[in-house]
Design a protein. Structure first.
Lengths: 296, 273, 224
């Protein structure tokens, strides 16, 4: 394994690498040993705290899986509503008319500047005070509202960047054919921008899935994370075991989504080369990459 | 054209999903058809707990079942709903549930928003400490101690405002979080109603680890919350509660749920009309 | 409408001050931790590369709420690490900083890595031809250029971090979101005013960061 940053290791470098590896492993091992022994001393490794997740299928069917369903339901609803809304806002920001561009821009910047938790808490209080939505659904509505407002404005920026990343010639050609501005956007620019945006949109789903946990911690939304309370109430305060299992479920789901995003991106790049469509793939893709970072 | 069909599909999916969720929000007033909705706690062992097999267990749950039976609803006609502390008034006011049995102490602030039947139980604010810890014998001892309670609970505020202002109060999301800290000596005491504490202390996983300090720092009369002004229902529930005490069910239930912990519960309080 | 501000019951400035401190300390910490992580991810030692990659992929896919709550439980409640003792507010604050650093470090790492990729290979090759070691190539040639290329993505990470400090309310750090939760429950009549105040506060915190770093990005950009 070599990289542009260092030479292919020679005999001395190889020896040095072995030493570094051993030292690094030793440090990692020490930390792990210290954590595990401290936990064992506090009885947190006791088998009866961990075995329920393997031996008792009811932990899964009564708590974890229903919680996971709520998480996925909130995430799916949020992305489905945020997508069209975000596309509208993004296109609005590109409009030639000031009275469309400025309000769209203000909305996008406002909701991007505010923590999504604040939006959720505000929505929850609004629904509690001014609507009759039943308490079974109020937390879900509040979480979805917060996520939609925030993610629509993020998606608006993704859409805008996607459209702007297309070569000018595309729009010019459409104009030359006599298409109206709306037609140019709808039939020429957006379809191409969507393929550029796809990986960024899938990565945004990861952000959404992670943010649903806020609803569980702060708003009483019965999603995956909030199940820890009922599980630990039934199985003798096995908090650490429960949190480990819940974190692993999140990691698996999000790793799958990240993997999907990566595959889409690679396929897109390949597709571009083979059919030689006119979009300069590299520039567009790095743009999208930097954008996915922001949604943390 | 491809775009148009995808966006149409997405729009259809949104509409579908929305209506699907909206279906559940239809206006039912606590008892839809032949079923009755009752609010309980889902995460308090001994009082109201959703067990791994999806059933419900605890003193509050059994009281709710008894009252519902007296109102003419068999056990399979009861629909239990989760009633977290902060949501109880809203559940009743919005008509989501007919009544709430969820360690619901009667106080003046709550009486402005809902009416109470009962009381059916008298609890006290108390401390749960490690079984080998005898350093807390009176409330003032807390001033030098780390205390744990659930975010926003009134018992925590009581201690902070009146009983021991210098206590180092840590507020966590749930009682089991506090128990982990208590077991590992990260905190010294957990405070809330003794009925709730007894429920945790008597779980088999915690046997012998914790004990109640027995300080009786306040009187908490548990009532059954009903909609404001619904005197008919309140009267019926009060009758049911009185009957529960006289026919010995109350004693039986209390023994069943609080007996194992050695918790010295108060005798049945007199129902106030 | 805004009379709850005068009642003296709520320490609004204090809460936002905690938020600002959380953001500042976590920003410094995550820049350091993120740089260390990216150093591992591109290092010649396979074991470090593996650790860096595994750490980033695991932590980045975990909700911040879970990371912070785990810090509070595993480290404090169970292992009794208090990071210096004191009252539980102080411990909670330090644990929140730790959790935010552990989490945000992965995003800093990824931003820096994309920055390293923008440095033309010729730069590193020339440095190696001069006989510089891996550490020298990285610290003297590649990082200085990479940092300048990633000012914008880093700014976005830091703005996201400022907003993410609200999650610390889940472990009772006494910052702005926790106060807002209390206020929306007590001041239900002035709901919109409460929201407006907190929204304004966060815009005040994030906007200057964004403007300053946008300006810095333009000034520092490597002209090629």
């Amino acid at each position: 394994m070599s990289s542009v940053l260092y030479d292919t290791p020679g005999p001395r470098a190889k020896r040095r690498n072995v030493i570094y590896t051993v030292v690094f492993l030793a440090v990692l091992g020490l930390v792990a040993w210290w954590v595990l022994s401290a936990m064992a001393e506090k009885n947190q490794l006791a088998a009866d705290k961990w075995t329920p997740f393997v031996t008792d299928s009811r932990v899964w069917t009564t708590y974890l899986l229903p919680g996971l369903m709520e998480t996925l339901k909130a995430a799916a609803l949020s992305i489905l509503i945020a997508l069209p809304l975000g596309a509208l806002l993004g296109i609005g920001r590109l409009s030639d008319h000031r009275w469309v561009r400025v309000p769209a821009g203000t909305v996008v910047e406002f909701f991007r500047a505010i923590p999504v938790l604040l939006l959720m808490m505000f929505a929850a209080a609004l629904y509690r005070e001014f609507t009759t939505i039943s308490s079974d659904f109020r937390p879900l509505y509040a979480v979805v509202t917060g996520l939609v407002l925030y993610n629509a404005s993020v998606i608006a920026e993704v859409v805008r960047a996607g459209v702007l990343s297309l070569p000018r010639g595309q729009g010019d050609a459409a104009e030359a054919l006599g298409m109206r501005k709306s037609q140019t956007m709808l039939y020429v620019l957006l379809p191409q921008a969507v393929t550029v945006m796809l990986p960024a949109l899938v990565s945004q789903l990861v952000v959404i899935v992670k943010d649903t946990a806020l609803g569980g911690a702060m708003l009483g939304f019965a999603e995956l994370l909030s199940q820890n309370r009922q599980i630990t109430a039934n199985y003798g305060a096995n908090t650490i075991a429960t949190f480990t299992v819940i974190a692993l479920i999140y990691i698996v789901i999000n790793a799958l989504l990240t993997h999907l995003a990566g595959r889409l991106e690679r396929r897109m790049r390949r597709g571009k080369k083979s059919t030689s469509v006119t979009i300069p793939a590299q520039g567009a893709v790095t743009d999208v990459e930097t954008m996915t970072v922001r949604g943390s | 054209m491809k775009l148009r069909s995808t966006s149409a599909a997405a729009a259809a999916a949104v509409v579908l999903a929305l209506t699907a969720t909206a279906c559940g929000t239809g206006s039912d007033s606590g008892s839809n058809g032949d079923k009755i909705n009752v609010g309980i706690k889902f995460d308090q062992p001994g009082l109201g707990l959703k067990t791994p097999d999806g059933k419900y267990a605890g003193f509050d749950v059994d009281v709710a079942r008894y009252v519902a039976k007296e109102l003419g609803f068999a056990e399979d006609k009861i629909n239990f709903k989760q009633a977290p502390s902060a949501e109880r008034e809203n559940l009743i006011k919005n008509g989501d549930v007919k009544f709430v049995v969820a360690s619901y102490s009667i106080n003046d602030k709550r009486k402005k928003e809902v009416d109470f039947a009962g009381p059916y139980f008298l609890a006290h604010q108390d401390l749960l400490v490690r079984a080998d810890d005898s350093s807390i014998t009176k409330v003032e001892d807390l001033n030098a101690k780390k205390l744990c309670s659930v975010t926003g609970s009134t018992s925590a505020q009581n201690v902070k405002d009146k009983l021991a202002p210098k206590a180092d109060l840590q507020q966590l999301g749930g009682y089991s979080e506090c128990l982990t800290g208590l077991e590992n000596k990260a905190v010294d005491a957990l405070t809330t109603d003794d009925s709730i504490l007894a429920g945790y202390a008597s779980q088999k996983e915690h046997a012998g680890k914790f004990k109640l300090a027995g300080l009786r720092m306040s009187d908490e009369k548990y009532g059954i919350g009903v909609k404001k002004g619904d005197d008919e229902l309140r009267g019926k529930i009060n009758k049911a509660l009185e009957k529960m005490v006289t026919d010995g069910t109350w004693e039986k239930l209390v023994k069943e749920h609080f007996g194992p912990s050695g918790y010295k519960y108060e005798p049945a309080p007199k129902v106030e009309n | 409408m805004f009379d709850f501000l005068d009642s003296g019951q709520y320490d609004l400035l204090g809460a936002f001050w905690v938020t600002a401190k959380l953001a500042l300390y976590s920003a410094i910490g995550s820049l350091i931790w993120g740089t260390a992580l990216v150093g591992m991810r591109v290092s010649p030692v396979p074991m470090m590369r593996a650790f860096g990659t595994a750490y980033v992929n695991l932590v980045r896919n975990t909700p911040l709420t879970v990371v912070l709550v785990a810090c509070s439980f595993v480290l404090n409640q169970t292992l009794r690490i208090t990071l210096g003792g004191g009252r539980s507010e102080e411990i909670g604050f330090r644990l929140a900083v730790l959790g935010l650093v552990l989490y945000t470090g992965t995003f800093v790492c990824e931003a820096l890595r994309s920055g390293i990729n923008t440095v033309p290979p010729g730069q590193a090759e020339a440095a190696r031809a001069l006989g510089l070691s891996f550490t020298q190539v990285l610290t003297l040639v590649v990082f200085p250029q990479a940092f300048r290329a990633v000012v914008t993505p880093l700014a976005n990470v830091l703005i996201a971090l400022t907003k993410n400090t609200t999650v610390a309310s889940a472990i009772s750090a006494a910052e702005a979101a926790l106060l807002m939760k209390e206020m929306v429950e007590n001041e239900a009549d002035a709901l919109f005013a409460v929201f407006a105040v907190f929204a304004f506060g966060f815009i005040l915190l994030t906007l200057p960061t964004g403007l300053f770093l946008g300006w810095a990005a333009k000034r520092l950009a490597v002209k090629r």
